[in-house]
Ligand binder design. Structure first.
Ligand SMILES: Nc1ncnc2c1ncn2[C@@H]1O[C@H](COP(=O)(O)OP(=O)(O)O)[C@@H](O)[C@H]1O
Ligand SMILES: [Mg+2]
Ligand SMILES: [Zn+2]
Length: 454
C-alpha cells in the first residue's frame, strides 16, 4: 500500500513537502516545516466500493436574488469586503502582531451591531476585561456587541449555534483548540481543523465569520496562509512600523474584486478611515526634489497616487546595496537591467534605495515607468516636472506598454492638482480631461526627453 506522502507542511505558506527540510523551497522561509499527523485512513478499503449517498444535482438556473449584503457604514471596510458583508461567508483577516487587527474588528463589530446586526466577538487571546478596556478607549462601550473569551472550539460552536449571530469574530484562529485533534493549539493541524469547522458552520448556519490570523515568524505556529484556501475572502492588514497608516487589502474574494484596499490611520482613539488616500500619500511632498516620481496607480477599483522615492549614491561595497521597500524587488532589478542594457545607463558601483512614501505597497507593473523615473532622476540629480504623474509598464526590450484604466488614473491626478501625464505612446486614452499628455515610445526616448541627453 502506498504510504501517505506530503506529511510535512510549511507553517508560513502552507506548502506540502514529502520530507523535512530546513528551508521551504516554496516561500524561502527557514525552519518553518513541521511534520503533520497523517490523515486518518477511515474505516478500511479506500473508496473503491464507494457506498456513499447520492448528491442531488440541479440546473444552473437560479430564481433566488443574490443575498443582501449588510453594511458596517465603515466605508473602507465595506469596500474591501466587496461592497458589504455577505451572510454565511468566511473571512480571514491576517496581519503582523500589533498591527491593529483586534482594534479593526472590534470597531467593525461595533459598527455592524449599531446598525442592528447581532454581532459576537470571541477573544481567545485577551481576557474579556482587556477587550472591554479597549472598547472603552475606542468609545465603543455602548455598542451592542456580545463578548466572550474562549478557546475551546466545541464550546465556541455550541455558543454560536445557540446565539445564531449575523456575524462572529474569532480572535484568533491560532488560539483555538479542538478536542478532535491531538496537536497543540497553533499547530497546522489544529489551525486547519478549527478553520474547517468554523467555515463549515458559517455556510450551514448563515453566520458570517471573521477569523483573525497572525502572520508568524517562527515555525511552530501556523500562519494565516495555511487556511487561505478554505475561506471565501482573504484580507491582510498591513503597514510599516513607525507609520500610522494601515492598509486593508483583499487578496482573494469570492464575492467581490480582489486587490481592493481600504486605508486607515491608527490614532489614540482607534482606526480612523482615510477617504482620500492620494492626498495622504502625497502630503509629504514639498519642493520638487531629484529622485521623486508620482505614480498614478489603481488599487482594486480605486485610483491612488503614490510617490516613488529613489536615492542613488556611490557605493563602497563590492556588491552595491539594492534596498527596496514597498515595491517588488524583482521588478526593480529588471528595470535596472533594462536601463543598463537598453539605455546604456549603468548602476554598477552605485547603492540604490527605493521606497514608496507613506508606507504604501505598490504591486502594479504600471508603476515601472515611475520607478525608472525616480531612479533616473536620482542618478542624474535632476527633478522630474513636479506637475507630472507617470504610469506605464516597461518590457525587457525597453518599450513602454499600455496599462488598464488610464482615464481613472488621469482623473485622480487632475483632481489632486497635477496637469501633465507621462505615459506610453501606445496607450489609448479616451478623454484626458484637460491633462497634458506626454507620450513616450520607449525608455531611451524617456531618458532623452525628460533628462536631456541622459
Ligand atoms: N492604550 C493604548 N493607547 C493607544 N494605542 C494603543 C493602546 N493599546 C494599543 N494601542 C495601539 O493598538 C495597536 C495594537 O492593536 P491590536 O488591535 O491589538 O493589534 P493586533 O490585534 O493586530 O495584534 C498597538 O500597536 C498600538 O498602536
Ligand atoms: Mg489582537
Ligand atoms: Zn513555505
Amino acid at each position: 500500500m502506498a504510504k501517505s506522502t506530503n506529511a510535512f507542511t510549511c507553517t508560513a505558506c502552507g506548502a506540502s513537502h514529502k520530507k523535512w527540510a530546513g528551508r521551504c523551497d516554496a516561500c524561502g522561509a527557514w525552519n518553518t516545516i513541521v511534520e503533520e499527523a497523517p490523515l486518518s485512513q477511515g474505516p478500511g478499503r479506500g473508496l473503491g466500493a464507494h457506498k456513499g449517498r447520492a448528491v442531488s444535482l440541479s440546473s444552473l438556473m437560479t430564481t433566488e436574488a443574490p443575498p443582501p449584503r449588510s453594511l458596517s457604514g465603515m466605508e473602507e471596510l465595506d469596500r474591501v469586503l466587496g461592497g458589504g458583508l455577505v451572510p454565511g461567508s468566511a473571512i480571514l483577516v491576517g496581519g503582523d502582531p500589533g498591527i491593529g487587527k483586534s482594534t479593526l474588528l472590534l470597531q467593525g463589530a461595533a459598527a455592524f451591531a449599531r446598525r442592528g446586526a447581532n454581532a459576537v466577538y470571541i477573544s481567545g487571546e485577551e481576557a474579556s476585561a482587556q477587550v472591554r478596556m479597549r472598547a472603552q478607549r475606542l468609545g465603543l462601550a455602548d455598542a451592542p456587541v456580545r463578548l466572550g473569551a474562549e478557546t475551546n472550539l466545541r464550546d465556541i460552536l455550541t455558543t454560536l449555534d445557540n446565539e445564531r449571530p449575523d456575524l462572529a469574530i474569532i480572535d484568533s484562529v491560532q488560539t483555538l483548540w479542538s478536542d478532535q485533534v491531538e496537536a497543540a493549539p497553533g499547530s497546522v493541524a489544529q489551525v486547519r481543523a478549527a478553520a474547517h469547522e468554523l467555515v463549515t458552520f458559517a455556510k450551514r448556519k448563515g453566520v458570517a465569520i471573521f477569523l483573525v490570523g497572525h502572520v508568524t515568524k517562527e515555525g511552530q505556529i501556523a500562519g494565516p496562509r495555511v487556511v487561505e484556501h478554505m475561506v471565501d475572502t482573504v484580507i491582510y492588514f498591513e503597514g510599516e512600523r513607525g507609520h500610522q497608516f494601515r492598509i486593508l487589502r483583499s487578496v482573494k474574494n469570492r464575492f467581490g474584486p480582489a486587490d481592493e484596499i481600504g486605508v486607515f490611520e491608527m490614532t489614540g482613539s482607534g482606526l480612523a478611515e482615510v477617504a482620500n488616500p492620494s492626498a495622504l500619500f502625497l502630503s509629504e511632498r514639498g519642493q520638487p526634489v531629484p529622485g521623486s516620481a508620482v505614480f498614478a496607480g489603481i488599487e482594486g477599483t480605486r485610483p491612488v497616487l503614490t510617490e516613488v522615492q529613489a536615492l542613488v549614491a556611490p557605493s563602497t561595497l563590492a556588491s552595491p546595496r539594492r534596498t527596496v521597500v514597498g515595491l517588488d524587488s524583482g521588478r526593480v532589478s529588471t528595470i535596472l537591467a533594462v536601463l543598463e542594457a537598453r539605455c546604456g545607463i549603468p548602476f554598477a558601483g552605485l547603492d540604490v534605495f527605493l521606497n514608496v512614501a507613506g508606507g504604501m505597497r505598490v504591486n502594479e507593473p504600471a508603476a515601472d515607468l515611475a520607478i525608472a523615473g525616480a531612479l533616473l532622476s536620482a542618478r542624474e540629480d535632476s527633478a522630474l516636472p513636479p506637475e507630472a504623474v507617470l504610469f506605464g509598464e516597461i518590457s525587457l526590450s525597453g518599450a513602454l506598454r499600455p496599462v488598464a484604466q488610464a482615464e481613472n488614473r488621469l482623473k485622480e491626478a487632475q483632481k489632486l492638482g497635477f496637469s501633465q501625464a507621462i505615459l506610453p505612446d501606445s496607450q489609448k486614452v479616451e478623454g484626458a480631461g484637460g491633462m497634458r499628455i506626454n507620450r513616450i515610445a520607449d525608455l531611451t526616448r524617456f531618458v532623452g526627453e525628460v533628462f536631456g541627453a541622459g
